[in-house]
Structures are given as structure tokens and as C-alpha cells.
Write a new protein. Structure first.
Length: 348
């Protein structure tokens, strides 16, 4: 029997941004190969996985009673090990195509506040999915690499990565991570705030996909009276009436969506301000002259850069590819093995 060659058994190095809401995977030499929601659909009768990612998303809110839609991560960490491993295996198979059975190296971005137990669960989930060597690296440093803001000298740069469930703040230099912190607030909290507002003030139940659409269409980070009138457009939403128990449609305005998300925005900006206050004088001087960069899906919220610039008195810009900054940054580390080893020292 002819055995497969080693090159067909081993696939590319993979960089993974495994988020609570979305997962990105980049293969070395081939670029982004997976861009899908971190979702799994399960058969509630036997527990078998019936759909992953985009297919599971299409079933969200419309699945039959025997199908349960679940997220294997919560606040950036594994909440269901078996489910996370199964989902990752599916995504990594898609990333490999039909060319291989395991990967040489995998770099995975992790929030800075994960515990040793949570970090080990992430490590095991990726290994169980077929990785030969797993490196866990702080998401803040990876986002800075992906946003291409690190200088050739040792001046510090600052990144704020606003993901689905966590916001990661970091200051970095060319050779190391200076300071990092994360809070468990992100884009999903904005969605939940919209859902709660519509339920409380309009007695209408809406789903996460509707809330996300409303956020993208109407949400604005600055007080609504400071936005030009021409930019204020209402939108219609549909949901289930709490009072009448029938489907209903209503109109929501940018003003009330701003009111709904304002507490979450204040909490994120307050965390960034506290992080800035704790910097050393030298690093603070670098950040004052260079400003900060926003990445992650939350960076796309309208006027967020303007709001933060006004309140923090710093130059604030949005990265060119905010959604993919972490995974693109991880990909660059394969060409710098010494830095990769330094950044991925693990204490389980």
C-alpha cells in the first residue's frame, strides 16, 4: 500500500482569532481561509453537531425545536470544551482543504485576563482539533501587529481591540508587550442593550440578528444632537409583541438607540481611561505623541473614534482592517520565531 507523503499529512501553519462571536483563520502563504461566526447547531436529541458557522447562523432564531444553537465560548474563553473542539476541528478542516491531517504550528490570540485554567482549556481545544504545536499570544500585541502600528524603534504604541465579548487594551514596543488589560465588554453587550431597551420601552421581543442590524444602521457613539440632521434616519424592526403575543412592527430612532448603548460605551471608555492613567511616564509620553488605534468589530461603530478622541484628548484612529487585525498579526509571527517564543510563554 502506498503511504501518503509527509507534505500531504502536514498542512500550513495556521493563525486563529477565536472570538466569542466570530472566528478568523489565516493559513500561512494562503491568507484568510475561514471567516465565520463562532456558532454551533446541535441536535438536542442526540447531541450531534448538525451545522457550524454561517450555516448555524442561518438557523439562529428559526431553528426547529430539536435543534439548539449554541456558542462554545463565553467572554472570550471556552465554556464548553467538547463543543469548542468540535467546532475548531470543523474550521481547521475547512482551512486545510483535503490536503492534510494536522498542522505544524497554530498561533491563537487570547485575552489578557484569562486564567491559567481558561488558557489551558483553549490550548487543549486547539490541540484536540489537530495542531502539532500551539502558541498562545496576547490579543493586544497581535492586534497591534496586524494594524501595523509598531515602530522600528522602541517607542510604545497603543491598541484598543473591541471584540464581540471583550475589549483588549495594550501598549507594545517592537520587541515586547509593555502593558495589557481586558474587560469583558464588547459588541455583544451593545446588541444586548438594544434588545433590553426595545423590550422595556416597546414591549417587543427582537433577536440578536435584528439588534445587530439596528446597531449597524442607527447606533452612533456621540450624542445624537451633535450629528447632522440629514444623517438621522429611523428604521423599522419586527419582533414578537409581549402584550399581544403576535408579530408586530415598529419604528426605532437613532436617538433611542444611542440612549440604549450609552452605558456600555461609558464603561468601555472608562476602562481605557483607567488603563491610560496607569501607564509609566515614558510610555504615556509615547502614546500622547502617537495616539491610539482601534481594532475589532466595535471599532466600526459610527463616530466612536471621534468620541474617544474628544474624551481622552488623544489622537484616535481606526485600523485599516479592524476585523482581521488579530489574525493578520498572528500570521506575521511565523516569520519571527524568536519573538513568537518570547510572547507565548505559558503558565498553565
Amino acid at each position: 500500500m502506498k503511504l501518503p507523503s509527509l507534505s500531504r499529512l502536514i498542512t500550513d501553519d495556521l493563525a486563529i482569532d477565536l472570538g466569542t462571536v466570530h472566528t478568523f483563520i489565516s493559513a500561512r502563504g494562503r491568507g484568510l481561509v475561514v471567516n465565520e461566526p463562532t456558532l454551533v447547531a446541535l441536535d438536542s436529541l442526540d447531541g450531534e453537531m448538525v451545522a457550524v458557522g454561517n450555516e448555524a447562523l442561518e438557523m439562529l432564531g428559526r431553528s426547529p425545536d430539536e435543534v439548539e444553537i449554541r456558542r462554545p465560548l463565553e467572554d472570550g474563553v471556552v465554556s464548553d470544551f467538547e463543543l469548542a473542539s468540535s467546532m475548531l476541528s470543523s474550521y481547521i478542516r475547512k482551512a486545510r482543504g483535503s490536503r492534510a491531517t494536522f498542522s505544524r504550528r497554530v498561533i491563537l490570540g487570547v485575552p489578557s485576563d484569562v486564567t491559567s485554567v481558561e488558557k489551558y482549556a483553549l490550548y487543549q481545544a486547539v490541540q484536540a482539533a489537530g495542531a502539532n504545536k500551539v502558541y498562545l499570544v496576547d490579543k493586544g500585541y497581535l492586534a497591534a501587529l496586524g494594524a501595523n502600528i509598531i515602530t522600528d524603534d522602541e517607542r510604545a504604541s497603543m491598541i484598543v481591540d473591541i471584540g464581540g465579548a471583550t475589549t483588549q487594551m495594550a501598549t507594545v514596543t517592537r520587541s515586547h508587550l509593555v502593558a495589557t488589560r481586558s474587560i469583558r465588554k464588547g459588541g455583544s453587550d451593545l446588541d444586548n442593550a438594544i434588545i433590553d431597551h426595545i423590550k422595556r420601552y416597546h414591549n417587543l421581543l427582537i433577536g440578536n440578528r435584528t439588534a445587530e442590524r439596528v446597531k449597524m444602521e442607527l447606533a452612533c457613539a456621540i450624542p445624537i444632537f451633535r450629528v447632522p440632521t440629514a444623517a438621522l434616519e429611523s428604521t423599522k424592526i419586527r419582533g414578537q409583541s409581549i402584550i399581544h403575543s403576535v408579530p408586530e412592527m415598529m419604528t426605532v430612532t437613532p436617538y433611542e438607540i444611542h440612549i440604549a448603548i450609552e452605558p456600555v460605551l461609558k464603561e468601555i471608555i472608562s476602562a481605557v481611561r483607567t488603563f491610560l492613567e496607569d501607564l509609566t511616564p515614558e510610555v504615556a509620553g509615547d502614546i500622547h505623541s502617537r495616539g491610539m488605534t482601534l481594532t475589532g468589530g466595535g471599532a466600526l461603530l459610527a463616530k466612536l473614534d471621534e468620541r474617544m478622541q474628544s474624551e481622552l484628548q488623544l489622537t484616535v484612529r481606526v485600523a485599516k482592517n479592524p476585523l482581521e487585525s488579530v489574525v493578520f498579526g498572528a500570521s506575521t509571527l511565523f516569520d519571527n520565531p524568536l519573538l513568537l517564543r518570547r510572547l507565548s510563554r505559558q503558565n498553565f
